[in-house]
Design a protein around this ligand. Structure first.
Ligand code: HEM
Length: 338
């Protein structure tokens, strides 16, 4: 369990560190006009409908919780939580689905379609897709054993998307400081970054994203213990070194892949984080504050749950100011209204 530090100070990390030290301020966040009782009179059944639908989706496949949670993250990181990630490409609009962090990777759109259909049946034209996704992400976490939090509501759906911004969603190999910088630039703190990364306690990643890690410093960070050697050889058989198998999947948390708990942080202490970006929270030379938080959440699951709830509300409150001016409640989450 001894900490292994990784000599990985890339030029980009260094530049980003300078930017960080010189004072990054939030740019994307605004004070959103969101309220807990937004649909209390216009659609009082919305929370119940979404919970029931998510329960059904979880029975179909427990991984669906992870799909919805990630969809919400990728929505909020691009123009705020405005349902932009849900838009399909059409002749007049380039959506975000084909941006490199999303293509062949982001899933769960049909789940939101199914929930939306039922919500539209009960309350036509009232509940935005952005709100549906935000509530569904909360329910996803709750239904796999995670914390509950109240979801502020009243988001509008955007009439635009940003392929360019979607290409800036954090990716596993870009290093700790650039990733922290991206969170900071949206008004999310280092603490939020570490707590939200705990979402990787559920769900799967594709070989394409963890190949460099398992043939790179996995053995160094995990210290070569017998159990981690077994784990490493399983990962290598899932994900061959010489190309091929890019879409083969492995769970982030191989012990409890369908339970939202703090075992993600235990894995990081053991040096067994699946993605480079996961392990860097603990093992990077620059992981000063993040390392302490990883240790704290590994020791204290209640502290993790509490911070995760706070950080999810904060991320969910990243709003798109434009969507309050010319936004709408889409009839179908995949297309802007005619
Ligand atoms: C800190 C920066 C982050 C990076 C670099 C990152 C990267 C990734 C990657 C590469 C995958 C696997 C995709 C694939 O194999 O196709 C993934 C999956 C996932 N991510 Fe993240 N992520 C980050 C933060 C987050 C956050 C903040 C959340 C939610 C709050 C989140 C939730 C998830 C979930 C639940 C999955 C599993 C999805 C599934 O099973 O398909 N991630 N992430």
């Amino acid at each position: 369990m001894a900490a292994q530090f990784r000599p990985r100070i890339l030029a980009m990390q260094f530049l980003a560190a300078i930017a960080f030290i010189s004072g990054i301020t939030r740019s994307g966040a605004s004070d959103p006009p969101l309220t807990l009782d937004y649909y209390a009179s216009s659609c009082p059944s919305v929370l119940k409908i979404i919970r029931e639908e998510m329960e059904r989706e979880m029975l179909l496949d427990p991984r669906n919780a992870a799909l919805v949670l990630r969809l919400h993250f990728h929505d909020c990181f691009v123009q705020g939580c405005d349902g932009s990630v849900l838009l399909d490409d059409i002749f007049t609009l380039r959506g975000e689905k084909t941006a490199s962090p999303n293509i062949n990777s982001l899933k769960g759109f049909e789940i939101i379609d199914r929930i939306k259909s039922r919500v539209e049946f009960g309350c036509p034209g009232i509940v935005s897709c952005a709100d549906i996704l935000t509530i569904a992400a909360r329910d996803a976490v709750l239904l796999v054993g995670g914390p509950y939090w109240d979801v502020p509501l009243g988001r509008k759906d955007s009439r635009s998307a940003s392929y360019e911004l979607a290409n800036t969603i954090p990716t596993p190999n870009e290093g700790l400081i650039p990733i922290i910088y991206k969170f900071l630039s949206l008004g999310l703190s280092v603490t939020d970054t570490v707590a939200l990364s705990g979402a990787h306690t559920i769900g799967m990643a594709r070989c394409e994203y963890f190949r460099a890690r398992i043939y790179g410093d996995y053995e160094l960070t995990s210290g070569g213990s017998p159990s981690s050697e077994v784990r490493l050889s399983q990962l290598k058989s899932t994900c061959p070194a010489a190309g091929g198998g890019d879409n083969n999947i492995a769970p982030f948390d191989y012990e409890t892949p369908y339970t939202f708990d703090n075992s993600y942080y235990h894995l990081l202490l053991n040096g067994e984080g699946l993605l480079d970006s996961d392990q860097e929270l603990y093992s990077s030379l620059l992981a000063l504050q993040t390392r302490k938080l990883v240790e704290q959440y590994a020791l204290d699951p209640a502290a993790f749950f509490q911070q995760f709830s706070i950080s999810m509300v904060k991320m969910g409150n990243l709003t798109n100011p434009d969507s309050f001016v010319d936004g709408e409640v889409r009839k179908c989450c995949r297309f802007v209204n005619a």
